[in-house]
Design a protein. Sequence first.
Length: 104
Amino acid sequence: MNFVNSVKKNGSVKLLTLCCLIGISLSLSVHAQDRGSNDKPEHERPQFSSLDLDGDGTVTFAEFEKSEVPNDDYATIFGHIDANGDGVLTEAEFTSHKPPRRER
């Protein structure tokens, strides 16, 4: 009888431990998914139309300054996007622009 009770007790402990591990695993998984949805880049690229405030098909530096950019570095970012250096951004320049890679 003692052996049977011991197996039942150990089986219950193992089952309880397994349930706790599964619960913790699920909790961590949900937490990671929630965290992942909040790990978006701090500044997502806006739509060109949202930058073209006067609707003329180009974005001037003054219009660009009204948007949010990383580190408030408007001049540098505008300069990178303005491929031909004419002082205005076209939709083609904006959509074909690839942000510079971060140094590692």
